[in-house]
Design a protein around this ligand. Structure first.
Ligand code: ATP
Ligand code: MG
Length: 716
């Protein structure tokens, strides 16, 4: 039977398990996802279950797409097309489109995304005459979201504190507003579906019949609402097939609860459990490293895991001087392994705990002229807060840059409303001048914009004064001082830091950019902005390129890569400072580290830095406590290897000496060169010398790129 080919005995048993509730409990890389996919194929091909009777729930849309591709190979296009395959949200959205009437919602309901949800929360807070500085929209919305994930409607919300009482009032209005706008938020998709099934037996029965077989991947990360939904759907036929690993539960902060595994046991006394023990992904050294980290968590079932892949390489630990040097080590290592043909660019993944960490890594790739893929996140320079900050600086640099000016004219909100901005733009267009000139004119004579209220005029004048102050000061201030001034004048910090985790992350990104300015202390504003424009202009790196993947540990779930770099493995980052004080918080960080380690197939690098700018200042770092848990025998010092190689890869502090006077350029216009990834090209221009030499090359295959000279070789 071809469906069972390439499965071990335990996996086969799980794939062909008889009807009824099934739990496959197993460690990473043991083939849980493979078993789940094969079971779908087995049900269709061997049990003759109609594909449309099967619902398979994945954790991300990407995972769903991958599963569909595999099933297309196993079942053929048309059968696979009839399967329902997707995330909880996507599945519920589909059910609600079908059952809109029964659910009491409009068939054309719109879905409010994360930004819309917070905007609506803010609006309600203001309408209730509450102070949005005290009751941060993000924080309030988080509390509402948690309630919804526990299926608690506003009228049953039990405020445990004064803040809770505010949440209850906002929640009530928030729901009403959603209804009035014919909209559902993400959490509603689940809650409304569960309520529909609670209230309408006939509808429930239809779906119980339709989805006779339900399969769930990453079950350890289901929340309360999702659990209830599964119970409802499987309530008649009990064919629930869940695969889980409680050690990989990493979404508690979004309401996920791995104790759902125990609930499943209690709710289904006839549950059959299958354990898988062979790991097919990683070498023994990687598994031992992972095991050494996770064993310190309490309340877990110890799982045996073995591999036939051999001992493999030791985990390489590298301490870098700072994030720049850490990123350089990564890029150098990748470039070397690619050059020696030990690996292809797409074999590598670089993982980090927080999104802000990607900046230094992205920069190193960009400066080396190497493409990369960024998963599940916006590129650093495309993030809203970074674009805002850059727009502030651009406005200070050149207020006639109308895109920048219009971007920030009411950010943070300063009562220059949409109407005012629109007539400002219109007037500017009519008079063929920049909006800034109109802003200036408003200050001079009130009638510059027709029908501008006194209040609006005051707001525009205050904005003008602020920007004029920056323009006046910019010559005397260094770039990071100018950033400080901008942040202080605009109140941007308070605007971002609204008490939510997301707000903190955004603020960390701002500090990250400030750190860049601090690093290039000698740079003028013009140079700084030109550099930023250069690095932010690289957006043509789609999925198809053979390039390393950059991603957070959270988004690495379920994936695997031959060579993995875990970066910033430092106290305060992993475990993150936000979770260090609670034991459950540290336990979750440990699971996150475990997920990261177990993504690696052949080789694992763990990097940490000696100092890292945090909150705008440099702080000396302590390596993560999780590193101490790994026995020495599994580790190898990453510096030794680096030292044997080109001098630029030795840790930065060992070459902490004054740069030699103006090293000569190695490349000149017209030189023929080769790049390890881009291939042959011709030099158009070269600037600087030595390590800093920046060469503009036109490549035969990929066109124009600016690259550090170190990555080029002359060819004849
Ligand atoms: P995770 O917990 O990280 O999600 P998993 O348990 O879902 O991991 P899979 O991703 O299904 O594991 O499998 C890990 C790797 O091992 C995949 O590359 C898969 O194709 C391979 N694999 C699984 N079972 C076998 C087998 N019996 N023979 C060969 N390769 C296998
Ligand atoms: Mg999996």
């Amino acid at each position: 039977m071809s469906i069972l080919k390439g499965l071990n005995a335990q996996q086969k048993k799980a794939v062909v398990a008889p009807d009824g509730p099934v739990l496959v409990l197993a460690g990473p890389g043991s083939g849980k996802t493979r078993v789940l996919t094969r079971r779908v194929a087995w049900l269709v091909l061997e049990q003759e279950v109609y594909p449309w009777r099967i619902l398979a729930v994945t954790f991300t849309n990407k995972a769903a797409r991958e599963m569909r591709e595999r099933l297309e190979q196993l079942l053929g296009h048309s059968q696979a097309g009839d399967l329902t395959l997707g995330t909880f949200h996507a599945t519920c959205a589909r059910i609600l489109r079908q059952e809109a009437e029964a659910a009491g919602i409009s068939r054309d309901y719109t879905i409010f995304d994360a930004d819309d949800q917070v905007a609506l929360t803010r609006q309600v807070i203001l309408e209730l005459n509450l102070d949005e500085k005290r009751y941060r929209p993000h924080a309030v919305h988080n509390a509402i979201s948690r309630a919804k994930n526990e299926l608690i409607p506003p009228e049953e919300y039990q405020p445990g504190s004064y803040f809770g009482e505010i949440v209850r009032r906002v929640y009530e209005q928030y729901q009403q507003r959603l209804r009035l706008s014919g909209a559902l938020d993400f959490d509603d998709l689940l809650m409304v579906t569960v309520n529909l099934f609670r209230q309408q037996d006939n509808v429930t029965r239809r779906y119980q019949e339709r989805y006779r077989y339900i399969l769930v991947d990453e079950f350890q990360d289901t929340n309360a609402a999702q659990y209830v939904l599964l119970q409802q759907l499987a309530g008649r036929h009990h064919n629930l097939f869940a695969v889980a690993d409680e050690d990989q539960s990493i979404y508690a902060w979004r309401g996920a609860d791995y104790r759902n595994i125990n609930r499943l046991r209690q709710d289904h006394p006839d549950l059959t459990t299958y354990l898988l023990e062979q790991n097919y992904r990683s070498t023994q050294h990687i598994l031992d490293t992972a095991q050494a980290i996770i064993r310190h968590n309490a309340d877990r079932t110890e799982k045996r895991l073995f591999t036939r892949r051999g001992q493999g390489d030791k985990t390489i630990v590298h301490e870098a001087y700072d994030p720049g040097a850490e990123a350089q080590f990564i890029v150098d290592t990748i470039a070397e392994l690619v050059a020696t043909k030990e690996a292809r660019p797409g074999d590598f993944a670089v993982m980090y705990r927080t999104n802000a960490q990607s900046r230094a890594i992205e920069d190193a790739f960009i400066h080396a002229g190497l493409p990369y893929r960024l998963v599940g996140a916006t590129r650093f320079y495309a993030r809203r807060e970074i674009k805002d900050l850059v727009a502030f600086l651009r406005t200070a640099h050149n207020p006639s840059d109308s895109a920048s000016l219009l971007r920030i004219i009411n950010v943070p909100p300063r009562r220059i409303g949409r109407k005012t901005v629109a007539s400002l733009e219109k007037t500017a267009r009519e008079q063929n001048v920049s909006p800034w000139q109109i802003v200036a004119a408003v200050v001079g004579a009130g009638e510059a914009i027709p029908a501008l209220s006194k209040q609006g005029r005051g707001a525009v004048a205050a904005f003008h004064k602020m920007v004029a102050g920056w323009i006046e000061a910019r010559g005397e201030l260094s770039v990071h001082q100018l950033i400080d001034r901008v942040l202080a004048d605009t109140g941007y910090e308070a605007y971002l830091r609204d008490g939510s985790d997301e707000g903190e992350e955004r603020w960390e990104n701002v500090l990250e950019l400030r750190g860049v300015a601090l690093e290039y202390a000698g740079m003028t504003l013009t140079e700084f902005l030109a550099d930023v424009a250069l690095v932010s202009d690289v957006d043509n790196m789609g999925d198809e390129v053979d390039a390393p993947t950059l991603l957070t540990l959270h988004s690495a779930k379920g994936l695997e890569f031959p060579i993995v770099f875990l970066t910033g493995v430092e106290e305060g980052l992993i475990p993150h400072s936000r979770s260090i004080d609670e034991p459950e918080g540290v336990a979750e960080e440990r699971r996150l580290m475990y997920v990261g380690v177990t993504r690696a197939q052949d080789r694992l690098y763990i990097t940490h830095t000696f100092r890292r700018p945090r909150y705008g200042d440099y702080e000396t770092n302590v390596p993560s406590r999780f590193l101490d848990d790994i026995p020495r025998r599994l580790l190898q010092d990453g510096r030794s290897r680096a030292r044997q190689r080109a001098p630029e890869t030795t840790p930065a502090w060992e070459r902490w000496e004054p740069a030699p006077a103006a090293p000569a350029a190695r490349f000149h216009t017209g030189d023929r060169v080769v790049h390890p990834v881009f291939g042959p090209g011709i030099v158009l221009e070269s600037r600087g010398g030595g390590e800093k030499e920046q060469v503009t090359v036109i490549f035969e295959n990929v066109g124009l790129k600016r690259i550090l000279g170190d990555f080029l070789e002359r060819s004849t």
